[in-house]
Ligand binder design. Structure first.
Ligand SMILES: [Mn+2]
Length: 430
């Protein structure tokens, strides 16, 4: 983690905090798959953003005093027990220098010290639910201080959710962050290409998932979210993650899978024919989704809103579905009654960053350079839908790319992964 980047983030956080306030950040706890079997550790995204550290059992306080930024870390050096079972971590002195903390104290001393640091502050920024012991300690102190005002100091009378500050900071990505997302995307692209090449009837969805995860692991990355590998009608289940079905000839397979790089997610979906050749009906639906996705991407530039982008995809998808008689109402009525939602029931995209569905509001926000988003329209024709002709049933298509908003428009981060039918067919047949 670059030190300048960390300093920039801390400064940005402090500059958004009111005078005489303090922020307290807690690391994520270890997380268990079963009894004592740990999942790979994943730091809380806000904590990672502000401290750069990816370890449990840490607390970070940030406040400004006399124009000086104080960043105080509570962390323990490796215990003898940990040395035997988990290995040695870098020591506190090194951490202090490498990550530019003004002070580092033992974790066990945090309660007394925190009381000292928050005394006489007006407001406190904290995210509850991450560190229950700290939450109740602070609650206790503040409610007790209300009962006993004989003391010659006060505690913050305003507790504010920390994410109200960090979500706006994290919305605009720095060059450093964009590079990490681009590197994640590169590996994801490789994985998607490999899945297209390997796919053939008779394989199972989990085999394609395995090809994808192999490439993530081989590049020292982790999956950013559980892969969706949905063939045939499974593609119409939006959060299908079982990935257990047989890939059948003449079916499509939808793969929504991507790597995470040092905390930063990419997010890609492609849909391709299991046997390498789109049927006539699949091709017709595919081209509608692709056109809507490309039009939406063309539309993206600074000053545009999510709502406007969504209207572009909805409009293209509605027109296409009307042309194919899948929707029989007039265009105006389809839009007004939202009957396109029978086939396109989710939003066009989301913010992308440290969280795959990254923090940030969606209403009343104008796109700005440095924002990274996904554009992912889809059409899903579930076999349970009784209002459509048999020939369409079981077609589920989504195309998703990652897009950086730039000064003049946008840059498609995932451009190197083909999406035209022709290119996809030729990749599948390699
Ligand atoms: Mn997505």
């Amino acid at each position: 983690m670059e030190l300048n980047e960390l300093k920039r983030r801390r400064l940005a956080l402090i500059s958004r905090m009111p005078r005489n306030s303090v922020a307290i950040l807690s690391s994520a706890n270890k997380n268990y798959r079963t009894k004592d079997v740990e999942n790979p550790y994943r730091q809380n995204s806000d904590f990672l953003y502000i401290t750069g550290l990816s370890e449990p059992n840490l607390i970070n306080l940030i406040f400004k005093e006399n124009e000086k930024i104080n960043s105080i870390l509570f962390r323990d050096n490796t215990s003898e027990y940990e040395m035997v079972w988990d290995g040695t971590r870098i020591d506190n002195d090194t951490v202090q220098k490498m990550y530019d903390f003004t002070e580092v104290h033992r974790y066990n001393d945090c309660k007394d010290k925190i009381l000292d640091f928050i005394k006489n502050k007006d407001s406190l920024f904290i995210e509850s639910g991450l560190n229950n012991e700290l939450d109740s300690f602070i609650q206790e102190q503040i409610s007790n201080s209300g009962k006993n005002n004989r003391k010659n100091f006060s505690f913050p009378n305003q507790i504010i959710a920390l994410h109200s500050l960090t979500q706006n900071l994290r919305l605009i990505k720095s060059k450093y962050e964009i590079k990490l997302i681009k590197d994640a995307a590169k590996v994801s692209i490789k994985a998607h290409k490999e899945a297209m090449k390997k796919s053939k009837p008779g394989m199972y969805e989990y085999e394609l998932d395995a090809e994808i995860k192999y490439i993530f692991n081989k590049n020292n990355m982790h999956y950013a979210y559980m892969s969706i590998v949905g063939s045939g009608n499974n593609a119409c289940t939006l959060h299908y993650v079982k990935n257990e079905s047989l890939l059948k000839d003449k079916d499509l397979v939808l793969i929504d899978a991507a790597a995470e790089n040092q905390g930063y997610a990419s997010d890609i979906t492609r849909t391709f024919p299991v046997n390498g050749k789109f049927t006539k009906e699949q091709a017709e639906i595919y081209d509608i989704v692709l056109r809507s996705q490309e039009k939406a991407i063309e539309f993206i530039k600074p000053g545009v809103t999510w709502d406007e982008v969504h209207k572009v995809t909805v409009s293209e998808i509605s027109k296409g579905l009307i042309e194919l008689n899948l929707l029989t109402d007039k265009y105006e009525d389809v839009i007004k009654n939202e009957s396109y939602k029978d086939f396109f029931m989710h939003k066009t995209g989301h913010w992308l960053g440290l969280d795959v569905h990254d923090v940030g509001e969606y209403e009343n926000i104008l796109f700005k350079p440095g924002m990274v988003i996904t554009v992912e329209p889809g059409i899903y024709i579930n076999y349970l839908n009784n209002n459509v002709d048999e020939k369409w049933k079981g077609i589920g298509i989504r195309i998703e790319d990652d897009v950086l908003v730039t000064e003049n428009g946008s840059e498609v981060i995932t451009l190197d992964l083909p999406k035209s039918r022709h290119e996809i067919e030729s990749l599948c047949n390699q």
